[in-house]
Design a protein around this ligand. Structure first.
Ligand SMILES: NC(=O)c1ccc[n+]([C@@H]2O[C@H](COP(=O)([O-])OP(=O)(O)OC[C@H]3O[C@@H](n4cnc5c(N)ncnc54)[C@H](O)[C@@H]3O)[C@@H](O)[C@H]2O)c1
Length: 348
């Protein structure tokens, strides 16, 4: 019996439910932990976070879980899966280590800082035959699900343009986001990841032809190659289908509201758009445009943020086997690489 098969043999000892560890239980880690626990499909076996305060807060959600002092200790527990919500630069290596120990992984975005890192994680998942999912949470809004289905069913004809926006007027409130060694970059890797993913996922992942971008920091050109963390970015991406995708994202923009979030798709027979309501990070409407007419497809409330992790849990219960869908993440990260490199190529 090989090592992974032997590890799988020791699992599901207590309740019969998959045993899951939680690595990084800061803000989003605890949100996702709460969502997966409320769904009742897994047993919370272990919590690992170097901050005792964060670990204790997480323990309130799952008093039966063990707090473990290090990731190595968590790896030695032979769990069925791990939910990773640590600073972004740690995601790839931690995911690989968990997969190599036969654990399925649900990781926060971004899965890696570069295409190279993302490819390595996907390869580890494939080798281990373990499920790898990433929290591309906006896919799970009711509005984006409807929009994607309508685009795929030709409801707006050939899509020739898409405009996607994500302005977070506050920017992250933790210091590590502004340290490239921990974050991997600024608003592009933080918010642009969602936008690139939503565009490619909705449009069926056509090959990408060209990427031209501009990155700024405090209103002046940013130099990502020298460690600058950008706080404003625009990119124009041309797909092999001819579709032109325009992205814009920022931290700390004086946008007159908390957030501006939208994804609009324009086709030969109509348009479809998701946009946030009243500056909210959580409330969205989806609309279908025909000429100058607007039909509302869905509106709040919609409790979508935990759907990704719950979906992962369902699939872990089923068998937790590798799903090649995670290979889509490689192209998303390749576009992000090109957004950073295109900006470097043009900097004076
Ligand atoms: N999917 C989404 O929509 C979404 C939303 C918000 C944040 N995120 C992502 O989630 C991640 C975490 O963001 P956050 O806002 O919760 O940050 P956070 O700082 O609140 O949480 C990170 C936690 O990781 C812990 N940590 C640091 N090093 C660790 C290590 N080596 N092992 C284990 N734990 C460690 C920290 O102590 C902290 O508790 C980021 O990558 C971010 O991009 C995704």
């Amino acid at each position: 019996m090989n090592e992974i098969a032997a590890l799988k043999d020791h699992k599901r000892t207590h309740t019969g439910l998959p045993r899951v560890g939680f690595l990084g239980v800061g803000w989003i880690g605890r949100q996702r932990m709460q969502a997966i626990l409320e769904a009742g499909m897994i047993e919370a076996a272990a919590i690992c976070d170097p901050s005792p305060e964060m670990a204790m807060e997480a323990l309130k959600l799952a008093p039966e879980a063990a707090i473990v002092p290090s990731f190595d200790c968590l790896l030695n527990l032979a769990l069925d899966g791990v939910v990773i919500a640590t600073p972004s630069a740690l995601h790839a290596q931690q995911s690989i280590q968990a997969l190599q120990r036969g654990m399925a992984v649900f990781c926060q975005k971004p899965l890696g800082r570069t295409k190279c890192e993302v490819e390595a994680v996907v390869a580890a998942a494939r080798r281990a035959d373990r499920l790898l999912c990433v929290d591309l949470s906006y896919r799970h809004t009711a509005g984006m699900t409807l929009i994607r289905d309508l685009v795929r069913s030709d409801a707006i004809g050939r899509v020739f343009a898409a405009d996607l926006t994500f302005h977070n007027a506050y920017g992250p409130d933790k210091a590590w986001f502004y340290d490239k060694t921990l974050s991997g970059g600024g608003c592009v890797i933080d918010l642009g990841t969602h936008l690139v993913d939503l565009a490619l996922w909705t449009l069926g992942h056509p090959p990408v032809d060209t990427v031209v971008s501009k990155l700024l920091r405090k209103g002046s050109p940013a130099h990502p190659e020298s460690g600058d963390v950008e706080d404003f970015a625009t990119a124009v991406i041309t797909l092999s289908t001819g579709t032109v995708v325009r992205l814009i994202c920022s931290w700390h923009l004086q946008a007159g509201r908390d957030a501006v979030i939208s994804a609009s798709f324009y086709g030969t027979k109509g348009g479809l758009a998701l946009h946030n309501v009243g500056g909210s990070f959580y409330d969205f409407v989806a609309e279908h445009y025909r000429g100058t007419q607007t039909a509302v497809l869905c509106s709040p409330p919609d409790i979508w943020a935990g759907r990704g992790v719950v979906d992962w849990a369902k699939r872990l219960v089923a068998n937790g086997a590798y799903d090649s869908e995670c290979e889509e993440l490689i192209e998303v990260s390749a576009v992000l690489d090109r957004i950073y490199h295109s900006a470097c190529d043009q900097s004076p």
